[in-house]
Design a protein around this ligand. Structure first.
Ligand code: GLN
Length: 276
């Protein structure tokens, strides 16, 4: 129990969470940044601040993700607003952004399918202002978050409410990237940690984990220009299955890339020029 009169310095040692989480919640409750924690270390907190801090700590102790409690998460060097309508951006997902930045031709058209918070689309548009980036999601609540993130990061992204390809008509792109729901229904991870609080439809396909990936791979051809890349994030044990789907659908240069933990996290291929 935190009480008024405690100093900022004393609180950093006294809060009951892990050191990094303590610091994040302390900054949030007191409206300070990291530097403020140092320069104002002797400041004594007030009654309202103590109450706010106790409330934040209780939420965290009930398991609520830090990113939802403070309403934001950093991704690709940018600040993203998040709420429980969207997945919390993962560091793993920076890989697909890097791959897309490298592969999108100058002034090319890119599509992010199932954009959620807008992490992939906004990071790509921010790094490649020459690009024309479209992002879609089936959830209007997610699109609201994504739109705000594009605006706050000064990124130009066109947003579409669409169930995968449904609203795209005959549009084609030079690159499609997606981090779709890929956890199999019943996977134990869904009942653990942050995932318990995240939108279940963004995590699982309610099937074998490959259903959304299959839908995208089986239908992307009509929305890609010849030689355009299709890049897909997937689970730690899905790389071989995703590569097989890409090969089966006639993609060339099919390969997988490893994330910072050394896990094959993204697979992709290019639409073959031979496609009629
Ligand atoms: N990478 C997330 C996790 O395992 C899952 C994200 C997703 O299904 N697209 O926590």
């Amino acid at each position: 129990m935190i009480v008024a009169g405690a100093t900022v310095k004393a609180l950093q040692a006294a809060l009951p969470l892990a050191a990094l989480e303590n610091r994040i919640l302390l900054c949030h409750a007191l409206g300070l940044n990291r530097v403020g924690l140092i320069t104002q270390s002797e400041r004594e907190i007030g009654v309202d601040e103590a109450a706010a801090l106790n409330n934040l700590i209780a939420r965290r102790q009930r398991g609520e993700p830090i990113a939802y409690i403070v309403g934001k998460r950093e991704f690709f060097g940018l600040d993203f607003a998040v709420n429980d309508a969207v997945l919390i951006p993962r560091p793993d997902t920076e890989l697909i952004v890097e791959l897309a930045i490298e592969r999108l031709p100058q002034a090319g058209r890119a599509l992010d399918m199932g954009t959620g918070s807008g992490a992939i689309a906004v990071a790509l548009a921010h790094s490649r202002p020459d690009a024309q980036v479209t992002a879609l999601d089936v959830s209007s609540a997610a699109l609201e978050v994504a739109r705000a993130n594009a605006a706050s990061n000064g990124a130009t992204v066109r947003f579409l409410e669409s169930d995968w390809f449904a609203a795209l008509g005959t549009e084609r792109f030079d690159l499609i990237a997606s981090n779709p729901p890929y956890i199999a229904s019943g996977d134990a991870h869904l009942a653990q940690g942050d995932l318990r609080f995240e939108p279940v439809n963004a995590l699982t396909d309610h099937a074998d984990g490959l259903a959304a990936l299959r839908t995208i791979i089986d239908n992307a051809e009509q929305h890609l220009h010849p030689t355009a890349w299709l890049l897909l994030e997937h689970g730690y044990d899905q790389a071989a299955a995703v590569r097989a789907l890409l090969v089966h659908n006639g993609y060339s240069d099919v390969q997988s890339w490893r994330d910072l933990a050394g896990i094959e996290r993204v697979s992709g291929g290019r639409l073959s020029t031979k496609t009629p």
